[in-house]
Design a protein around this ligand. Structure first.
Ligand code: NAD
Ligand code: TYD
Length: 339
């Protein structure tokens, strides 16, 4: 089985590459990644010499490069993680989100049609459903919840989802979509809430909490997300959407306090800052469908996962320090420039 994994040098994609090489030692995994600011090739260093792994630096919007790779590798499955993923950046500069998240998806699906890929899987997000009110804890996102986006990021992901379903209906491309809640775990880029707060707290820097800090996210350990995608690409029904989430809702401020407690730091570091524009209040996934149809359940409890994650950042300063200093962006040129 040949699988092209796009965005495999990012947070979830790299965890997925590791998961797949371990869970399916007979599969060949080809990672296609542009290495934007969010892609870090040093993350993939442990598998670079694995004969079942290949890394290709390319843009999913580059039709020629994508076609060439599909021609060479004849993939059975494509899993598309590649995206611009940070809401705050999308508010500053929406354009690149539309290019990568929507146009890039269409380039990958055109190649998937042309080369007869057996499954195209789109990694999407619960943010396509918009948000839920804080005073209605009985409400959850199901696969039937209407698309109702808030940010340029979530709008671009929703646009891609609609296009994926259109390729299924119009061309019969065998697609699946997963819509997952917020992930956390190793290799999470330190612009996102949890790694940002861990690293700033370690440096005794102020912790910028947006608005009143009461916004709720539904957190899932990244390995559980990877296992869900592995199940969907093998056993999921073509043309279907699967919500993935752990019933683990937490207010931002409670996460920040928990991180401070684990690190033995003072809550005086917390600084309330101006709220994000259009800030979604609450996300909460109903994962009944994937549980009933595919038997998936999250395995890592938040209490354990967050401790594991904090420990990972304490033990892996060598991974995040070059990111903080910006040095990681020279890594590809330094290691692979003449290869
Ligand atoms: P990330 O920002 O950490 O990684 C994105 C990766 O995509 C990087 O390696 C980057 O170099 C690559 N990339 C970006 N533009 C590219 C392009 N044009 N061509 C090729 N590669 C490109 O993102 P992440 O948090 O790992 O998210 C991965 C996917 O999962 C995204 O599609 C995101 O929307 C989705 N998702 C994320 C979360 C979350 O909590 N992080 C939750 C649900 C869904
Ligand atoms: P983030 O990790 O950016 O994920 P998303 O916006 O995709 O859910 O943010 C998670 C929550 O944390 C969100 O409600 C915004 C909030 N937040 C802060 O309060 N301060 C910060 O510095 C960041 C990055 C996020």
């Amino acid at each position: 089985m040949n699988i092209i994994v796009t965005g495999g040098a990012g947070f979830i994609g790299s965890n997925f590459v590791f998961h797949m090489l371990k869970a399916h030692p007979d599969y060949r995994i080809i990672c296609l990644d542009k290495l934007t600011y969010a892609g870090n090739l040093s993350t993939l260093e442990p598998v670079m010499d694995n004969p079942n792994f290949r890394f290709v630096k390319a843009d999913i919007c580059d039709k020629e490069a994508v076609d060439k790779l599909f021609e060479e590798e004849k993939p059975d499955i494509v899993v598309n993680f590649a995206a611009e993923s940070h809401v705050d950046r999308s508010i500053e500069n929406p354009q690149v989100f539309l290019e990568t998240n929507i146009l890039g998806t269409s380039v990958l699906m055109d190649a998937s049609r042309k080369y007869g890929v057996k499954r195209y899987h789109q990694v999407s997000t619960d943010e396509v459903y918009g948000d839920l009110p804080l005073d209605r804890p009985d409400l959850f996102f199901t696969e039937q919840t209407p698309i109702h986006t808030s940010s340029p990021y979530s709008s671009s992901k929703a646009g891609a989802d609609l296009l994926v379903l259109a390729y299924y209906r119009t061309y019969g491309l065998p697609v699946t979509i997963s819509r997952c809640s917020n992930n956390y775990g190793p290799y999470h880029f330190p612009e996102k809430l949890i790694p940002l707060m861990i690293i700033r707290a370690l440096h005794d820097e102020s912790l910028p909490v947006y608005g009143d800090g009461l916004n709720v996210r539904d957190w899932l350990y990244v390995e559980d997300h990877c296992k869900a995608i592995d199940l969907i690409i093998h056993e999921g029904k073509v043309g279907e959407v699967y919500n993935v989430g752990g019933h683990n809702e937490m207010a931002n401020i409670d996460i920040v306090k928990l991180i401070l407690k684990e690190l033995g730091k003072s809550e005086d570091l917390i600084t309330y800052v101006t709220d994000r524009k259009g800030h979604d209040r609450r996300y909460a996934i109903d994962p009944t469908k994937i549980h009933n149809e595919l038997g998936w359940l999250p395995e890592t409890k938040f209490a354990d996962g967050i401790v594991k994650t904090i420990k990972w950042y304490l033990d892996n300063e060598a991974w995040w320090q070059p990111i903080i200093s910006g040095e990681y962006q020279n890594y590809y040129e330094k290691m692979y420039g003449d290869k």
